[in-house]
Structures are given as structure tokens and as C-alpha cells.
Design a protein around this ligand. Structure first.
Ligand code: HEC
Ligand code: HEC
Length: 629
């Protein structure tokens, strides 16, 4: 059935066994398992759990709640899909030279390894079991794998960083969650979208726009009747200065409902309570009877169990509720006039789920992927190396249990730092973790924020924290002498928390351990001809004067003609260009969606390198070079 493998399985088992974590992933002790996602067999008897840092898939017997086998796979297993007959399990290896492996579950052995794109993280299998779709996160595309041929036969481009996908019952459309917005950050509407792909035509037909401030899309699930899709994400209130965190002033945590047949946005509901955030919504699943939706909250270590029928009834009543107002009534006044719900107010309503949802505290930490079997939810607990079992029934006990996937281990400082970075439970009200704005691996969520370190009303684009400690000073304006100080300011002034010294030190250790990921713009690990031409131009245009040395920064501030702050402060700290391929949008206020724009539209007077001497092709070569760093 599957074409001959071209990576010998033995090599992969060896690599996984020795825990060689590829460049770009946080250096964690490979003895951790880090379960990220899981799937249940159709008969509900088995769970298959991808253990990211262990490089293996655990097979859990649901009835006895124990791991019965472990299958070694390639590094960083992440996305899973199971054939409907339960015979084949497909697993992605989320590394730059990504692969999808095929496991024959009868023999519990890897039988095929299919090369796909850069960092494949999620899968969706067509109902006929012949085509597999893979989210190639950093190639910004969805790969189409023909399983009979055993290869990726095509790709469909999507806006930015696809991380989750689900396919309609009839297999005609694929709904794909993009992690991040793809636009400049200073426009009126900045949000990530859900892409719809027509599988027959292998074509992107639509990007369903989410509300302004939607980022960190993580999970997508279909209702059993196939009529609705549910997408988890953060809904950021990035327009407001971050002076205050309660009642979702900075970040709210949300789920968007999509009507599948019409491919239309229905609405976005907040998963928080008015006085308590439910941070970092991650995996989502629907029970087979359609009664419940289960959402994992990675930041607050809990799940939401939502009564689905009641949710839709409330959404419907909102749609039909008339706003008793005339066209001259102001928007804010209209809200108070309406006794029921106005559909457009729902994304701001922290009471919307009241009475429809149970919040269930988990014993483990860092819940991510979710699967359901009958009346039970199973949740991968990333930092505890366990799977939570949650009773979803109406009379469920609040008590949850956890299935350990391996022996409990003492965490290294780096691992504790990674956990603290992803933890919202120490933030005031549990509203957000560092990962809410810096993603779960310390990068950036592409939004502008008006932090208070440099006064108000001067928003700055979120910075990636890769190399932050190696490139002082910190912050765009350099107001913090180094990243250590910035980390402590983040805890105090962005999370409004008091954390023990060890927590900040562990975060430093974690952030220092981050390694750059190889650029997807490299061709077989090497620069293209255009990029090599660009390297020459990088010197010729004077870029190396400031973007100097191996980290591409002279660690100093310069006025490059991009100033938006007050006249006394139009100099900004030279940013590193390492991983520039993934840090769009660019410049301190995220005004440039592309490197080309940095070098042309936003460099009219040659204050930012001598780019006016370059022709269009040279600009594209220069950009190509920067994108390989
Ligand atoms: C509300 C979104 C948000 C949250 C939450 C957040 N940050 Fe940031 N962070 C930003 C933005 C925006 C910047 C860039 C601002 C600037 O440069 O002026 C930044 C910059 C930084 C920097 C400086 C990086 C550099 O190289 O200059 C560090 C370090 C940092 N954050 C650490 C943290 C830590 C640790 C946490 C959690 C305790 C955290 N942040 C939480 C938005 C956030
Ligand atoms: C005089 C010093 C200086 C020179 C010369 C210079 N840069 Fe910069 N560069 C900066 C500073 C400072 C910023 C930050 C500006 C801002 O945020 O508004 C920056 C920002 C950038 C960014 C955006 C990075 C990000 O993450 O937002 C890119 C890309 C870039 N420079 C590329 C180049 C290229 C290519 C050249 C040569 C044509 C060049 N720079 C020349 C100082 C310089």
C-alpha cells in the first residue's frame, strides 16, 4: 500500500532513542515525554499519544488506564491521524525536514516515511482514507499526500503558519487554522484566519476572517453532524494600553464558531469568566453524541466542558434579538438598550457562557491536545507527562484523574522555565501567560501592544525572545538594560504577578536555551542563488554597519527614519535578523508586512541603508538573503 521508505526506520529509532533534538526546538532533557496530541481508536479501546520530546507514540489501553506499548518514531512527533479501520496511524515529525510516518498498528511498526514540508504539525485524513492533508507550518502551506503513492503530491498555500485542520464529512473541504495574522500590525483589522480548501480542486477558496485581535489559533474540531467547526484562539484587546489586566482588558480567550455548509463565520464566544481568565485555549473536541465540546486551557491547567445545544440556542437567540435602536443611536448606547444579545456584542461578553459551561481543574500541567471517548475526555498534559481523564457527564464528579505515561521526573531549570513561561495561573486572574503574546516557544504573536515601559499611545510590535539575552539592551527603545530585567518587568507589569526569584531565573534559562530554526527559505539547507546575490548587496547597501556580526546587530540604537515616538526618541535598538523569516510584521510598529517594504516604502530617504541605488530585482535578492538568516 505504501511506497518504499527512504529513511531507514532503524536510523530514526536510533535518533529518537538518543534524543537528538533538532535545531530550533527548545533543548529539553530528552527524558521528558511532553505529550502534545492524542487520538482515540474508533472502538474507543485505545488512545495513541504523541510524545514530542521522547520521539515516540504511546499506546494507552483505555479500560485499564495504562500504557501498554511505545512505538519509536522520528523526532518531535506532533500531529496524528488514524485510518477509519484502525489499521494505520499517521504521525508528523515537526522538524525543518519534516516527514509523516506511517505506523502499521497490527504490527506496531513504522512501515513508511514520507517527506513533506518544514515543520509539519497537524494532519487530516480524507474519509476514503486515500489522501492525507498535512499542515506544513513554516512553509505556510497544506501538503496533499497521496497515500497510494506514498508521497506529497502537491501543496496549497495558506496565509500563515497552519497548525490545525479538519475535513468535512464528504471530504470536499478542509478547514485550516492559521496560527498568526499575516498583515501589517498597524492596520485597522489584524487577525488570523481559518482557510477553506476545496480538496477536489486542491485550491484555497476562502479565508474566513476572525475578529480583530484573533491570534494563537490552536485547535479546530467539527461537530458530529458536520454542520459546525469550532476554533480555539486568543482574542487580544491590543488597542488598549496594558495598564490593567482584569476583565480581559489585555487578552481574552475565545472559541469561534463557523457554519460549515455556508463556510461563514457565526460568532466568537469568550471562554473566560468575568473575574477569571481561562488562558491559552488549545485543543478542542466534540463528543460523538454532539452534546459537549471540550476545550483544553494550556495556561490555567483546566478544561471547559460546554453544553453544545445550549450554546447554539443562545447564539440563535442573539441573532434574532432585535436591537431596539434607530440608526442614529450610538453603538455603545445600543448595547444597553438591548435586553437580549446582539450578535456583534458576543465577542465582548464575559458572561455569555454562564450556566452553559463547567470549568474542570486538572491535576497535570499544560493541557494541549484533546480526544473524547464516549462520555470521557482525554487531555495530553504536556508538562506532567500524563493524560488527564475528565468525566463529561452531567453528574460528573469535579475530581479528575491522570494516566501517567512514564515515571515522574524532577524538572531541570530549563524545563521549569518553559513551564512558567507557558503558565497563566500565577498571573493576576489567570488572564494570560507570557506565551499568550510570545507563543509557546518564546517568539511573537504579530500584534502591536502599548506596554507602559516607554509611556502610552506608542504601540510596539511584540518581539521574539530568541537571542533576547544575547542582544542587550532589551525592548525596541532599549529602555531595559538587558533581557533579565525585561523578564522580571514582564512578570510584574504585564502579568501583574509576584513570582519567586527562581521563577524568573528559570525563564531566563529557558529563553537562553532557545535555538534558531533553520529558515524555510533555504534550498536543501543552502542559500539560493538570489540569496547569495543578496548577501553581496547586504554589504554594498551598508546593512552590515548596524546589522553586524553573527547576530546581525551592533547592540546600539539608531534613527533609521522610522520614528513614530516623540521627537526625543526616534532611535530604536537594532534588532537581530536571525529568524527574520518568521518575525513578520517588521519595524517597531509592525507597519511592514514584508522585508521588501522595509527596504522600499519605509526607507524613502536612505536612512535605513542605501536601498535607493538598488533595482527591484536587487531588492528582492536582498530580501531573499535576509529571509535565510
Ligand atoms: C500583552 C502581550 C505580552 C505579554 C503577555 C508579555 N509580553 Fe513580553 N513583550 C511584549 C511586547 C509588545 C514586547 C516588545 C515591546 C517593546 O519592545 O517595547 C515585549 C518584549 C519582551 C522582552 C524584550 C525582548 C527584547 O529582545 O528586547 C522580553 C525579555 C519579554 N517581553 C519577556 C516577557 C515575559 C518573560 C513575559 C511573561 C512574564 C512577557 N514578556 C509577557 C508583549 C508581551
Ligand atoms: C543605521 C543602522 C542601520 C542600518 C545601516 C540598517 N539597519 Fe536595519 N534596522 C536598524 C534599526 C535601528 C532597525 C529598527 C527600526 C524600527 O524598528 O523602526 C532596523 C530594522 C530592520 C529590519 C526589521 C527587523 C524587524 O524584526 O522588525 C530589517 C529587515 C532590516 N533592518 C534590514 C536591514 C537591511 C537589509 C539593511 C541594509 C539595506 C539595513 N537594515 C540597514 C538599523 C539599521
Amino acid at each position: 500500500m505504501h511506497a518504499k521508505k527512504d529513511i531507514p526506520t532503524g536510523v530514526i529509532i536510533l535518533l529518537a532513542g538518543y534524543g537528538l533534538v533538532p535545531a530550533g526546538l527548545p533543548e529539553v532533557d530528552p527524558t521528558y515525554l511532553s505529550p502534545t496530541s492524542l487520538v482515540a481508536s474508533a472502538d474507543g479501546k485505545r488512545l495513541y499519544v504523541a510524545e514530542a520530546t521522547a520521539g515516540r507514540v504511546a499506546v494507552v489501553d483505555v479500560a485499564c488506564g495504562k500504557v501498554i506499548r511505545e512505538v519509536a518514531v522520528a523526532c518531535h512527533p506532533s500531529g496524528l491521524a488514524l485510518s477509519s479501520d484502525g489499521r494505520w496511524l499517521y504521525v508528523t515529525s515537526a522538524v525543518p525536514e519534516g516527514v509523516v510516518q506511517v505506523i502499521d498498528l497490527d504490527n506496531e511498526a513504522v512501515t513508511d516515511t514520507i517527506h513533506v514540508g518544514h515543520t509539519p504539525v497537524a494532519l487530516a485524513l480524507a474519509p476514503d482514507g486515500q489522501t492525507l492533508y498535512v499542515c506544513n507550518r513554516f512553509d505556510n502551506n497544506v501538503g496533499i499526500i497521496d497515500l497510494r503513492l506514498g508521497r506529497q503530491s502537491g501543496t496549497v498555500a495558506v496565509p500563515r503558519e497552519p497548525v490545525a485542520a479538519t475535513i468535512t464529512r464528504n471530504g470536499r473541504f478542509l478547514f485550516v487554522a492559521n496560527l498568526l495574522p499575516a498583515s501589517a500590525a498597524n492596520t485597522r483589522h489584524v487577525a488570523a484566519s481559518v482557510s477553506v480548501i476545496d480538496t477536489g480542486a486542491a485550491r484555497l477558496v476562502k479565508n474566513i476572517e476572525l475578529p480583530d485581535g484573533s491570534t494563537n489559533l490552536r485547535g479546530i474540531a467539527l461537530s458530529p453532524d458536520g454542520k459546525h467547526a469550532y476554533v480555539t484562539h486568543i482574542l487580544s484587546r491590543y488597542h488598549f494600553p496594558t495598564a490593567y489586566i482584569e476583565r480581559g482588558w489585555v487578552n481574552t480567550n475565545a472559541m469561534t464558531v463557523i457554519d460549515v455548509p455556508s463556510q461563514r463565520y457565526v460568532n466568537t464566544v469568550l471562554l473566560d469568566d468575568i473575574d477569571r481568565g481561562a488562558a491559552n485555549p488549545y485543543g478542542v473536541a466534540c463528543t460523538a453524541d454532539g452534546k459537549h465540546l471540550v476545550v483544553a486551557h494550556a495556561g490555567t491547567h483546566e478544561v471547559s466542558v460546554i453544553d453544545r445545544a445550549a450554546l447554539h440556542a443562545r447564539l440563535l437567540s442573539a441573532r434574532s434579538a432585535r436591537c431596539f435602536a434607530s440608526s442614529s443611536t450610538s453603538r455603545s448606547a445600543r448595547r444597553f438598550l438591548d435586553a437580549g444579545y446582539c450578535a456583534q456584542d458576543i465577542p465582548n461578553d464575559l458572561t455569555f457562557l454562564a450556566g452553559l459551561r463547567r470549568r474542570v481543574k486538572l491535576q497535570g500541567k499544560g493541557p494541549r491536545g484533546v480526544a473524547v471517548v464516549g462520555p470521557k475526555g482525554y487531555v495530553a498534559e504536556y508538562f506532567s507527562d500524563s493524560v488527564a481523564v475528565v468525566d463529561l457527564g452531567a453528574n460528573a464528579r469535579e475530581q479528575t484523574t491522570s494516566i501517567p505515561l512514564g515515571p515522574a521526573r524532577t524538572m531541570t531549570e530549563i524545563r521549569r522555565g518553559e513551564m512558567a513561561f507557558n503558565d497563566a495561573s500565577h498571573a493576576l486572574g489567570g488572564w494570560h501567560s507570557c506565551a499568550s503574546c510570545h507563543l509557546d516557544d518564546g517568539r511573537a504573536n504579530a500584534l502591536n501592544w502599548d506596554l507602559l515601559n516607554d509611556g502610552v499611545l506608542n504601540p510596539k510590535n511584540a518581539k521574539s525572545l530568541l537571542l533576547a539575552h544575547a542582544t542587550p539592551p532589551a525592548m525596541v527603545t532599549g529602555v531595559r538594560a538587558n533581557a533579565e530585567i525585561a523578564v522580571r518587568s514582564g512578570i510584574r507589569y504585564v502579568q501583574f504577578a509576584v513570582a519567586p526569584r527562581e521563577t524568573a531565573e528559570a525563564m531566563d534559562a529557558y529563553l537562553k536555551s532557545l535555538k534558531p530554526v533553520a529558515s524555510p527559505c533555504l534550498v536543501e539547507g543552502k542559500m539560493s542563488e538570489a540569496a547569495r546575490e543578496g548577501e553581496v548587496l547586504f554589504r554594498k547597501a551598508g546593512c552590515t554597519r548596524c546589522h553586524a556580526g553573527p547576530l546581525y546587530t551592533d547592540l546600539a540604537r539608531h534613527d533609521v527614519g522610522t520614528g513614530t515616538d516623540d521627537e526625543t526618541n526616534t532611535s530604536y535598538d537594532t534588532p537581530t535578523l536571525v529568524e527574520a523569516w518568521r518575525t513578520a510584521p517588521y519595524l517597531h510598529d509592525g507597519r511592514a508586512a514584508t522585508i521588501e517594504q522595509v527596504l522600499t516604502t519605509f526607507n524613502p530617504a536612505d536612512k535605513h541603508g542605501r536601498t535607493s541605488i538598488l533595482g527591484e530585482e536587487e531588492i528582492s535578492h536582498l530580501a531573499a538573503y535576509v529571509l535565510t538568516r
